[in-house]
Design a protein around this ligand. Structure first.
Ligand code: 5AD
Ligand code: SF4
Length: 468
């Protein structure tokens, strides 16, 4: 349930922060700046927009360049170990800056902060960080900010979980015409390699009426495309007081006047229903794009990963999608190097890549995440072997994606215009329903509109075209 009391409290803290920031601005020659640096997925990007909304509301000038900001926030990711290493690298640089400028303020938040071992390291090695909070209390950011602004000691506030969903706090959108929308938080799947369920907590769906209201408000504010966000959108609504399916939610969102495009991610193959495929097939607004993480094509590894589907089941979903939604682009995530994986297992993954013909596949080397079941296994693989297998998979992914490059040259397709071209201001850039990029002659007045473009030339991952 949305918590109105909590929302009110946060607005009170916003007012209190406003007074403090106004004073700091005066002392600082009229400027007081803040930069939010985002690591990781689209969920984090959306969380950062929420942080920025509050920062702007209380009076900070939100800037891109962290090097000149008076306050720097790192919104962290921990899905693979290299994400953690990146944050420590950045903190090393910040330490040198803080030694020169004691007024610099630093906050850390996001998934990595939900790991107790990380907090221990921050408490000992990174005492100069002012504020640390996690994923569950991000809705209390105004209050946490107030505590930071009124204290000289390091503030660490991490919760193990929450059942709260707080609606209607300020949000600063990165794009005027498109926006991410959280439809659910957390994950209950416990794939055996994945740390997300431990750092993002249990699955909680937002009430459909809150989602619809948020989208209606966004549309009134110029948004024409939404990306519905959740770790596993296909299980949306199961835990609501009045349960509803993701497909039913999509039907409701489709009815919103003025909204032109609907995208969503991420889908879990185990929960992808025929009802969803049917809704996609009959929709005018749902984009022809499906991100469907495979992880592995080997039944044995899929079982060890706790994924709850087989290679055959996965391929049958793809067949159904392709039959029902012509021109659909399918993308995926793949992990190479899961404990115990053999050359034969990787061959199975390669077989699926070839059979599906992905438009793009994000391929990751398995990263051991402490606390997950896979991390406790003794059959962790040799690095050199994994690198070899990774190269084989990557090669197949590139070959298959290249086959799909340029397949729509000659066709006229709808493009949503997103921006003027960075390199040539006589051109604009937009996206097809399947998310491919298209450049064509046009001006900024087209931004946010859907236009028909004849695709004349392919440049690998993008097209050139002519508006008609
Ligand atoms: N190691 C490597 N990749 C991982 N992912 C999740 N956990 C791990 C891990 N421990 C990948 C999965 C997921 C994507 C977001 O990150 O492929 O779909
Ligand atoms: Fe991680 Fe699996 Fe949940 Fe995705 S579905 S966030 S891979 S546990």
């Amino acid at each position: 349930m949305a918590n109105i009391e909590e929302q009110k409290r946060q607005y009170e803290y916003i007012d209190k922060c406003k007074e403090i920031i106004a004073k700091k601005k005066q002392d600082n020659g009229g400027h007081y700046t803040c930069a939010v640096v985002t690591f990781g997925c689209q969920m984090n990007a959306r969380d950062s927009e929420k942080l920025e909304g509050i920062l702007k509301e209380v009076g900070y000038e939100v800037i891109e360049d962290e090097k000149s900001a008076d306050f720097v926030i790192y919104n962290t990711c921990t899905v693979r170990d290299n994400a953690n290493q990146k944050v420590y690298g950045h903190l090393g640089i910040l330490k040198a800056r803080k030694n020169k400028n004691k007024n610099l303020q630093i906050a850390l938040c996001g998934c990595m902060m939900q790991e107790p071992s990380v907090i221990e390291i921050i408490k000992t090695k990174y005492r100069f960080v002012n504020l640390v909070f996690g994923t569950h209390n991000i809705y209390k950011f105004a209050e946490l900010l107030y505590r930071m602004l009124t204290s000289d000691s390091q503030i660490i506030d991490i919760w193990e979980d929450t059942d709260q969903i707080v609606e209607d706090l300020p949000v600063e959108r990165k794009y005027s015409f498109k926006s991410g929308i959280n439809i659910m938080f957390g994950c209950n799947n416990f794939c055996s390699y994945c740390i997300v369920p431990y750092v993002r907590g249990r699955e909680r769906s937002r009430e459909p009426k809150e989602i619809i209201r948020e989208i209606e408000n966004l549309v009134a504010d110029g948004v024409v495309e939404v990306m519905l966000l959740g770790q596993n959108v296909n299980s949306y609504g199961k835990n609501l007081d009045n349960p509803m399916t993701f497909a039913q939610l999509l039907r409701e969102i489709e009815k919103i006047e003025g909204l032109k495009r609907i995208r969503f991610m991420t889908s879990h193959p185990k929960d992808l229903s025929d009802e969803l495929i049917d809704v996609m097939a009959h929709s005018n607004k749902i984009c022809k794009q499906m991100h469907l993480p495979l992880q592995s094509g080997s039944d044995r590894i899929l079982q060890d990963m706790n994924r709850h589907y087989t290679k055959e089941k996965y391929l049958s979903i793809v067949d159904k999608l392709r039959a029902a939604v012509p021109d659909i682009a399918i993308t995926t995530d793949i992990i190479v190097g899961f404990p115990g994986e053999t050359v034969d297992d990787v061959n199975e993954t390669i077989d699926v890549i070839k059979k599906v013909g992905y438009d793009n596949a994000f391929t990751f080397i398995y990263s051991k995440r402490t606390g997950t079941p896979a991390a406790a296994r003794e059959d962790q693989l040799d690095e050199a072997f994994v690198k070899e297998q990774f190269a084989r998979v990557l090669e197949t992914v590139s070959t298959e994606a290249a086959k799909r490059n340029g397949m729509y040259v000659g066709r006229t397709m709808e493009v949503l215009v997103e921006e003027t071209n960075e390199h040539d201001k006589d051109y604009v850039t937009g996206r097809l329903s399947n998310n491919s990029m298209v450049h064509f002659k046009g001006d900024s007045s087209l931004i946010g509109s859907l236009v028909n473009v004849k695709l004349t030339e392919s440049k690998g991952f993008y097209y050139y075209g002519e508006m008609i």
